[in-house]
Write a protein that binds this ligand. Structure first.
Ligand SMILES: NC(=O)c1ccc[n+]([C@@H]2O[C@H](COP(=O)([O-])OP(=O)(O)OC[C@H]3O[C@@H](n4cnc5c(N)ncnc54)[C@H](O)[C@@H]3O)[C@@H](O)[C@H]2O)c1
Length: 325
């Protein structure tokens, strides 16, 4: 099977490529290098191309016989999405339509999409099942919900078969220490906390300590990036075998508060981590936890690395290599 990994040299995509090295799949990458690192290609062929350039995307797809496309490419900064919603519409929605149109014309009909828990917004019940209504509370979440609706319409109109994987908080780094999270600017809690521990940042901002949670800080479901990529392998195999579209939550069904993360980081790094309490951010639900029964039952997915210690330890090992660079 020949697979095109779009956005394959970013944080999650690079872990996917490493996992593919253990398989016989024929892999190529398409990426515009906007936030991906060239050194992450692992000798797979990289097509440097922006998804907005539909003509080139079509040419790349038409010159190869891809069976399936995995789509990691997106703009992912929630705060930026408030300030520049047009960028998010263009990159996350319109560029995805470009890709789907090229696939449609070439009769490539298998697609794995990186969706997000952001489609749910403020949850009406916990843990959140896949049947929870879409209620995104920021423009980034809007774009993911929109693409999911578009996928449905492509299935109806041209027989596209897809799996939409709604990641909760992706985190951690490869256990071999060679790759990890490196967003610029970084907005995710765990790498930011560890940047304080390594001395790259002075303090960690905690946005709100008056939420209705046990310690007043927000609770999230953290899932190790290596467990996320395993879900992709299982989803892809299931799609190939059943030809049935699916939507799955990728979460750990456990919540940790911001304070618990900081505490674990202190224990692992043995460094004091100064915190600054700030006001709540708009669009931050108090608690977001995945119901992961569907993927566990249907695909036999079982998170192996998503305990908090493994997550923070692996991210800390990675942060130490970044500090040295
Ligand atoms: N990181 C998380 O916690 C998280 C949570 C939920 C969902 N997701 C989704 O997972 C996916 C991957 O996230 P990530 O953290 O690896 O992001 P990332 O920014 O590290 O990787 C995105 C990759 O896509 C490429 N890219 C972006 N726009 C492109 C374009 N127009 N054309 C070609 N390439 C383009 C970038 O260069 C980069 O290599 C995204 O779709 C994101 O929305 C991430």
């Amino acid at each position: 099977m020949k697979i095109l990994v779009v956005g394959g040299i970013g944080y999650i995509g690079s872990h996917m490529l490493k996992r593919f090295k253990e398989t016989n799949y024929d892999i190529e990458i398409l990426d515009n290098l906007s936030s991906g690192q060239k050194e992450n290609t692992l000798n797979y062929k990289l097509h440097v191309c922006d998804l907005s350039d539909k003509e080139t995307v079509y040419k790349i797809l038409s010159e190869q016989n891809y069976d399936l496309v995995m789509h990691f490419a997106a703009s992912i900064n929630v705060e930026e999405s408030y300030n520049n919603p047009k960028k998010y519409q263009q990159n996350n929605v319109i560029n995805t339509i470009n890709l789907l149109d090229c696939m449609k014309n070439l009769k490539i009909n298998k697609f794995i999409f990186s969706s997000s828990a952001a489609v749910y917004g403020e949850p009406e019940h916990l843990p959140v099942t896949e049947l929870h209504p879409f209620n995104p509370v920021n423009p980034y979440g809007d774009t993911k919900a929109e693409v999911e609706k578009i996928l449905k319409s492509y299935e109806e109109s041209c027989g596209l078969k897809y799996v939409s994987l709604r990641y909760f908080n992706a985190c951690g780094a490869h256990l071999d220490g060679t790759i990890g999270e490196m967003h610029d600017p970084e907005t995710h809690l765990i790498p930011l906390v560890l940047q304080v521990a390594s001395g790259r940042k002075k303090h960690i901002s905690v946005f709100g300590d008056d939420y209705p949670t046990p310690d007043g800080t927000c609770v999230r479901d953290y899932v190790h990036v290596m467990d996320i990529v395993e879900a992709h392998i299982l989803a892809m195999e299931n799609l190939t075998n059943t030809h049935k579209s699916q939507v799955f939550n990728i979460g750990n069904k456990k919540g940790f508060s911001v304070n618990q993360i900081i505490q674990m980081a202190k224990e692992i790094t043995k460094v004091d981590i100064p915190i600054k309490i700030q006001g709540r951010r708009k669009g931050d639900p108090a608690e977001l936890i995945a119901d992961n029964k569907k993927i566990m039952n249907l695909l036999n997915w079982n998170p192996k690395y998503s305990d908090l210690q493994t997550i923070v330890k692996s991210a800390w090992n990675w942060e130490k290599t970044l500090k040295i660079k």
